[in-house]
Design a protein around this ligand. Structure first.
Ligand SMILES: [Zn+2]
Length: 487
C-alpha cells in the first residue's frame, strides 16, 4: 500500500467512526443540534430563569388522592452556574388554601454548591441540608435541557439504553461525577421533552422525579423551554411559566453561605430523643422531638398513637413503648392522618409487626406504601419485609377492655378529611394532630371546636402531637379569638 493509500484508508476509517455515532450518541447529538449546537451549549456559563407558577401539596393535601391545594408562586428565580455545579432557587409562595402556617406569603431560598446543599431562612440564617437532599439538588441542576445535554456531551459521561417511548427517544446518562438521569427528546423536533431521575422518598420509596419542557423560545442563541412541569411519579408537584431567560448574564453570588459551608455533612436524620411524660395512669406522652406520640396501656397489650416522620423516630418511639411496659406486647398503632410527616413511620411500624389503625380513607394509601420498593435507600420494612395489617375506620370506634377506654372519631376538616382523633373519656383527654397547636395562628381550631361541641365531650386537657398539652379552656380561648390583625 502506498503512503497516500494508507492515509486515504485512515481518513476513511476516521470518517466512518465519526459518521457512525452510537444510537445513544445520536440522541444526544440531535438534541444538541436542536438546542443551538454543541459548541454553543458547551460555552454556556450561567443560566438564569425567572417566572411564576404553581406548586402542589403532595403528601399534605386533604385526602391521599386530592391535588386541589396549591401555592401560587411568584418572583421565582433559578440561577445556575453551569460549569461550577452551583444553583440557587428563590421564590415566594402563597397558599391558596387554609394552610396551617396561615395565609402570609413565604419566601423560600434553596441552593446547592458542589456537594453542599443549603436553605436560607427569611431571617437570612443559612443551614446545611442533609446529603440526600443535596444530592437531589445536584441532579436537579441537570433538569434543564442545556445542562442535561451538556452533561451528556461530556466525553467522560456514559450513555446507555437508547430506546423509543411513544414519540420520544430516550437515553440513560451517567455523568462524569456519577449522577444518573434519563434524557428524552422528541423524535421529530429533537428538542428535549423531559429529564427524569430517581430518588428515595421516605414514604414512597423509589420514585421518579421528572421535569418536562414545552414551548421553546430563542434565548441567547439557544432554544430554551418556557413551560416546565415537575412530577414525582404520576403526581404533578409544580408548574412554572418562564417569563425571562438570561444566558451568560449576571447570576449573582451562587456560593453556599459560610454557615452552611462550614457545617458538618448530615448523612441522615438526627438520633431521636423520646421524652416520657405520664399523662394519667396507663397513658404516656412520648415527646422530645417535633412530632409526638402517645402510648396507651390496655390489660393485655399496648397501643401507640402515631409513629411519625421516619424509621428513626418511629423505631425510637416503639422501643421506648416496649421499655416502659416490657411485659405487654405492643400490637398496634393508631395513625392520626395520612400527611407524610405523620405517616412517615408507618412502614417501620409494619416492620415491627404492628397493626395500623387509620381512617378508612387512608387504608388504600398505606396498603400501597407498604408494598412500594425501597431499593435506593432500604428502610426497616425493606430489610425486614412483613405483610401489612391495616384496619380502616369509618365510624366512631371504641377500643376498650375494661381497664382502658379510647374512643376514636373519624374527623374531616380543612386540614385533612381522613383524620382520627382519640378521646379518653375517663381521663378527659383529647389527642389530635395538626388541627390545634397552641399559639396565635389558628386556622382550624374554630371549626374543630364547633365539631367537638356537637359531641358534648367532657375534656380537661387537649394533647397536640406537635406541642405542649394545654387545658381545654386555653384551646377554647384560642379557638374563639379573632384572627390576628383583626383587632
Ligand atoms: Zn397534617
Amino acid at each position: 500500500m502506498t503512503r497516500t493509500g494508507l492515509f486515504a484508508l485512515l481518513g476513511a476509517l476516521t470518517l466512518t467512526a465519526c459518521s457512525q455515532a452510537t444510537p445513544e450518541q445520536q440522541i444526544v447529538n440531535d438534541a444538541a443540534t436542536a438546542l443551538g449546537g454543541s459548541d454553543r451549549i458547551l460555552a454556556v456559563k450561567t443560566l438564569v430563569l425567572e417566572g411564576e407558577g404553581t406548586q402542589y401539596n403532595l403528601g399534605q393535601d386533604v385526602t391521599p388522592s386530592a391535588s386541589g391545594q396549591t401555592f401560587t408562586v411568584t418572583d421565582a428565580r433559578q440561577a445556575i452556574d453551569v460549569a461550577g455545579g452551583r444553583m440557587r432557587i428563590e421564590l415566594t409562595r402563597r397558599p391558596s388554601f387554609s394552610f396551617f402556617q396561615g395565609p402570609a406569603p413565604q419566601r423560600q431560598i434553596t441552593g446547592i454548591d458542589g456537594t453542599v446543599g443549603y436553605n436560607v431562612a427569611p431571617t437570612g440564617a443559612a443551614t446545611r441540608v442533609a446529603d440526600n437532599v443535596a444530592n437531589d439538588r445536584r441532579v436537579g441542576i441537570l433538569h434543564t435541557p442545556v445542562t442535561a445535554v451538556r452533561a451528556a456531551l461530556d466525553p467522560m459521561a456514559r450513555l446507555a439504553n437508547a430506546r423509543t417511548e411513544g414519540s420520544d427517544s430516550l437515553v440513560d446518562v451517567t455523568t462524569a461525577s456519577g449522577l444518573l438521569f434519563t434524557l428524552a427528546i422528541d423524535t421529530t423536533t429533537k428538542l428535549p421533552t423531559r429529564v427524569t431521575s430517581r430518588t428515595d422518598n421516605t414514604n414512597l420509596g423509589d420514585v421518579v422525579v421528572e421535569t418536562s419542557f414545552a414551548e421553546y423560545q430563542d434565548a441567547g442563541g439557544l432554544q430554551l423551554p418556557t413551560r416546565l412541569t415537575m412530577k414525582l411519579d404520576d403526581f404533578t408537584t409544580a408548574e412554572y411559566r418562564v417569563a425571562k431567560q438570561t444566558v451568560d448574564g449576571d447570576a449573582g453570588d451562587l456560593a453556599a453561605p459560610a454557615d452552611a459551608m462550614k457545617a458538618a455533612a448530615i448523612s441522615g436524620p438526627p438520633p431521636a430523643t423520646v421524652a416520657v411524660e405520664e399523662l394519667a395512669r396507663g397513658i404516656w406522652y412520648l415527646a422530645g422531638g417535633s412530632h409526638h406520640s402517645v402510648l396507651v396501656e390496655f390489660n393485655d397489650h399496648l397501643t401507640l398513637i402515631e409513629t411519625p416522620q421516619n424509621d428513626t423516630r418511629a423505631l425510637a418511639v416503639i422501643a421506648k413503648a416496649r421499655e416502659l411496659r416490657p411485659s405487654k406486647p405492643l400490637t398496634e398503632v393508631i395513625n392520626t392522618h395520612h400527611h407524610f410527616d405523620h405517616s412517615g413511620g408507618i412502614r417501620a411500624a409494619i416492620s415491627e409487626g404492628l397493626t395500623v389503625i387509620t381512617h378508612q380513607g387512608n387504608a388504600a394509601l398505606f396498603e400501597e406504601v407498604a408494598k412500594r420498593p425501597h431499593s435506593i435507600n432500604p428502610d426497616a420494612l425493606a430489610k425486614n419485609p412483613k405483610p401489612p395489617m391495616i384496619k380502616g375506620i369509618s365510624e366512631d370506634t371504641v377500643l376498650s377492655d375494661g381497664t382502658m377506654t379510647v374512643n376514636l372519631y373519624p374527623f374531616s376538616g380543612p386540614h385533612a378529611e381522613t383524620m382520627l382523633i382519640a378521646y379518653f373519656p375517663r381521663e378527659r383527654l383529647l389527642v389530635q394532630a395538626d388541627i390545634y397547636n397552641p399559639g396565635p395562628v389558628q386556622m382550624f381550631a374554630g371549626h374543630f371546636l364547633g365539631e367537638l361541641k356537637k359531641r358534648n365531650l367532657r375534656i380537661d386537657r387537649v394533647v397536640p402531637l406537635h406541642a405542649k398539652i394545654v387545658p381545654y379552656a386555653q384551646f377554647v380561648k384560642e379557638a374563639t379569638a379573632p384572627p390576628p390583625g383583626t383587632n
